[in-house]
Ligand binder design. Structure first.
Ligand code: TH1
Length: 837
């Protein structure tokens, strides 16, 4: 009725019971001890680091909850337009350190746990990564949440609460990648709040029947019903009260088990259906850039989009507005095509449940969704077989057919008689089976489409969505260059550099971390010898920190006075880790051929690799095996090991990246031109004062524009030439001995068994000797030349440090704050609102 007295009981007593956010060491230690006593039911005298981490996490969580509550109350009261970021992946990494820094409580907690006999660093190290993503796409989502909260934007994330995140990578003695499960929830997760009361039913299978009553309505009944239960993860902004929400769905059977089967004595049958419900959110698909067309993946996608939309619409309905006002209150960003089913799902709700006519429903849909494309690689473009869709989501398949019909009628009207165009643009690809082209559906259902770096957005406009640009006009197709959060990727992972920057700029962290362009103030200090020394000393200590990590986890001793050269990313042919390892072999052979005296002039180099391969990606796994075996041979060679060593760091993760990135002198971003949509680790390295060797691809280009081309080492063929070169490979192949003798020699050494049984690597070598789709041979010589330039530049330490400082100074553009504000302003029309202190 809205007339109840609230709060119930005596308001004074309520108020007296309420607490505020802890800010001083005394209240922090008190809350820590309370959690040890009651939440953990443990005692001071047997508390280990893990227990202490949990107590610290629970006490930080209390503070986050207070801010979260105030934030959500503000949103409810002010009812602003909100944005929702739908992503099947959120690669969050660890939370405690980030939360402490964003709350501005790191020092207080450090002192507090010290008084209680612990070291904050040890506790931070006990936390397991939340690794609910594969790579850049999932980490981008995590950076965007951090930036939304930091910029006080009313944005929520929606994803799945996988029981198992990305697999753990082990390396066998032969050098093979082995996969082990990642049961990350096993020691409890203090960062999530189960919301068992927030639950929705999601249907699969069953029958869809059109009502044929003069409306477009249909009924969808029967099939399987599964429950989606919400778990909330608090996302604190940096130095603000704003604490946003990431809502992750878990699947559960609608009823505990099937009572009919159970009563008939069929116990297996009774639990089978409940297992099938729980299976939906059991595991993250470990494929980056390949769409497999598996039924369980389709169920994940629908389960998550249906639950998220139901939740978003329930919140909207509480505002008491007319359903046609949805686009004034809701913007939904589709992170790649994975959530595209949200488009037919919203149509279904508006038509079947809300009884809107088709055009009105389509107009609402069209003003609500925004689609980001993250790749133009054909194998990554999602297509769902029509028979599978008809089986799992019969009503949605009908709606997609209807969308397609109206769409193609409009195309025909604009381009009469152009049948090729109609078949090119159809949402349904002909073939056996027919398939639904999800990128096209996402495109036509959205208000705007964007790529993730200038070059990539151009490629989207001129290749995969060219026909759609011609039909809908260019203004729908924009660009938002990716960004990274400087909180995690500078302040957290490189605290000494962060402190030096604050001290030098004479600007508070709370300011420059949120206005990253302020880094430009560092430019004049490139000429200050004392500053350069401090800068170099920090890099050196970061290298020692990495060496310590390798020593304690792998048992290798690393020469920290060598140049650290790093390539860390998912293993994929287009990213060309192969080019890197072949270059390493070339360098090794060159060193071997030198006299000891000549060698002494050579720059010392330690090459680091890390990254996971999709479990079924044979060539990528073979590349790992080659790297590991090259490392084994080279690192043991007494002639050269002073000059060149190679390490493959297993089980790459966000927290491993936080150690590797600040330690790098040079990092490699060497994809075949036109294949890496953006890349985001390139930004992280440069923000930490590492230089970049790379191709003219993705965000490398914009980084070079910002920091100056003289501070970046570019090589390789350019995007417009790649197609022609591939054509030459196919129809006028040149033997590799002729095209690139240096590379041919390297390949022959591998075949000849220099790194163990050469036969093992034949399938990998064949990809280069024969089709060479990724242009390894075409780019090899210029790659080696670029590395020689790197060596030469590194010899002049002063100049190198200057380059490093100038690079950091010009990285402001690549803050994810800039990126998220572009989305908010130019796409969503969502504004910041501040939460009262
Ligand atoms: C990556 C892109 O490869 C990378 O260049 C970009 O920086 C990043 O997204 C963020 O925009 C992609 N990851 C995936 C993962 C899947 C499918 C497509 C892509 S594109 C599962």
């Amino acid at each position: 009725t809205g007339k109840e007295k609230w709060p119930r009981g005596d308001e004074k007593i309520w108020k007296a019971g309420m607490r505020g956010v802890d800010t001083d060491v005394a209240s922090i230690t008190k809350s820590f001890v309370n959690h040890v006593q009651t939440s953990l039911a443990r005692q001071a005298h047997n508390l280990d680091d893990l227990g202490a981490y949990q107590a610290a996490a629970l006490s930080v969580r209390d503070n986050l909850i207070l801010n979260w509550d105030d934030t959500q109350l503000t949103y409810t009261r002010k009812a602003p337009k909100r944005a929702y970021y739908l992503s099947l992946e959120f690669l969050m990494g660890r939370t405690l350190d980030n939360a402490l820094l964003n709350l501005g409580l790191k020092d207080q907690y450090k002192d507090g746990v010290k008084e209680l006999g612990f070291s904050i660093e040890d506790l931070l190290d006990k936390e397991r990564d939340a690794a609910l993503g594969n790579g850049g796409l999932g980490r981008l989502a995590a950076c965007y949440l951090d930036s939304s909260a930091s910029q006080e934007l009313p944005v929520w994330g929606y994803g799945l609460r996988y029981k198992y995140g990305i697999f753990q990578q082990l390396i066998s003695p032969e050098g093979n990648q082995l996969e082990a499960p990642d049961p990350w929830l096993d020691n409890q997760n203090p960062w999530e709040l189960p919301r068992l009361d927030v639950a929705y039913e999601v249907r699969f299978y069953g029958q869809a029947e059109r009502l044929n009553d003069g409306t477009p309505r249909a009924s969808w009944t029967g099939g399987q019903e599964v429950l989606a239960v919400a778990y909330d993860v608090m996302i604190p902004g940096c130095y603000t009260k704003t604490t946003n929400n990431l809502r992750l769905w878990e699947s559960k059977p609608k009823r505990g088990f099937d009572l009919n089967s159970f009563n008939a004595g069929n116990y297996e049958g009774a639990i089978e259906s409940s297992n099938s419900a729980a299976a939906i959110t059991s595991v993250l698909y470990p494929n980056d850039h390949t769409s497999f067309g598996k039924e369980l993946r389709l169920k994940q996608q629908y389960f998550w989009t249906a639950a998220s939309l139901a939740d978003i619409l329930r919140r909207f309905k509480n505002l008491g507005k007319s359903i046609t006002e949805i686009p004034d209150y809701i913007a939904i960003q589709l992170n790649d095509t994975h959530p595209t089913l949200a488009i037919p799902e919203l149509m279904r709700i508006l038509i079947d449940d809300e009884d809107l006519d088709w055009n009105k429903a389509w107009e609402i849909v069209n003003n609500t969704f925004f689609y980001t494309n993250h790749t133009v690689l054909p194998e990554a473009l999602e297509k769902w077989p029509v028979p599978l869709m008809e089986h799992v989501l019969p009503r949605h398949m009908q709606i997609i057919y209807d969308i397609n019909l109206f769409f193609l009628q409009a195309v025909e009207k604009k381009f009469p008689g152009d049948r090729d165009r109609l078949s090119r643009m159809s949402l349904i690809e002909e073939g056996f089976p027919k398939q639904v082209r999800m990128a096209y559906l996402a495109c036509i259902g959205s208000k705007k489409v964007n790529g993730v770096a200038e070059l990539h957005s151009d490629l989207v406009r001129t290749t995969i969505l060219k026909d759609f640009v011609e039909f809908e006009g260019i203004s729908k197709f924009g660009n938002v260059t990716n960004g990274i959060t400087p909180r995690r990727w500078l302040d957290q992972c490189n605290p000494e550099l962060s402190d030096l920057i604050s001290k030098t700029l004479k600007v508070e962290k709370s300011v420059w971390l949120k206005s990253l362009d302020k880094l430009e103030g560092l430019l004049p200090f490139a000429e200050d010898a004392r500053f350069r020394r401090e800068w170099a000393a920090i890099k050196q200590r970061n290298k020692e920190r990495l060496a310590h990590y390798v020593q304690t986890t792998l048992g290798f001793t690393i020469n920290t006075h060598a140049m650290f050269d790093v390539q860390i990313k998912r293993l994929h042919e287009y990213k060309r880790q192969t080019l890197n390892i072949l270059g390493v072999i070339h360098r090794y052979l060159t060193l071997k051929a030198m006299t000891p005296e000549a060698r002494q002039k050579v720059n010392h180099r330690v090459v680091f690799f890390a990254g996971k391969a999709a479990p079924a990606y044979y060539i990528a796994k073979l590349t790992i095996r080659l790297i590991v075996n090259v490392a084994r041979i080279i690192n043991a060679d007494p002639d050269t090991k002073e000059y060149l060593t190679v390490y493959f760091i297993p089980d790459y993760s966000v927290s491993v990246a936080e150690v590797l990135i600040p330690a790098s002198d040079i990092s490699q971003h060497i994809s075949t031109a036109g294949t890496e949509a953006s890349g985001t680790s390139n930004m992280k390295f440069c923000l930490n004062g590492g230089l970049l060797v790379g191709t003219v691809d993705g965000a490398n280009i914009e980084i070079a524009e910002s920091v100056g081309e003289s501070n970046v080492f570019f090589f390789g063929h350019l995007t417009p030439d790649v197609e022609d070169i591939r054509y030459q490979h196919m129809y006028h192949p040149i033997p590799i001995e002729e095209k690139c003798p240096a590379l041919a020699n390297v390949l022959n050494k591998i075949s000849g068994g220099m790194f163990g049984d050469g036969g093992v690597y034949e399938p990998l070598l064949k990809t280069i000797r024969q089709v060479d789709y990724y242009l390894i041979a075409d780019d090899f010589d210029s790659y080696i030349a670029a590395l020689a330039m790197v060596d030469e530049a590194y010899l002049d330490k002063t100049e190198w440090i200057k380059k490093s400082i100038k690079t950091v100074a010009k990285m402001g553009k690549f803050s994810s704050d800039r990126a998220i504000l572009e989305y908010a302003e130019s796409y969503w029309n969502v504004e910041a609102i501040s939460v009262a202190k």
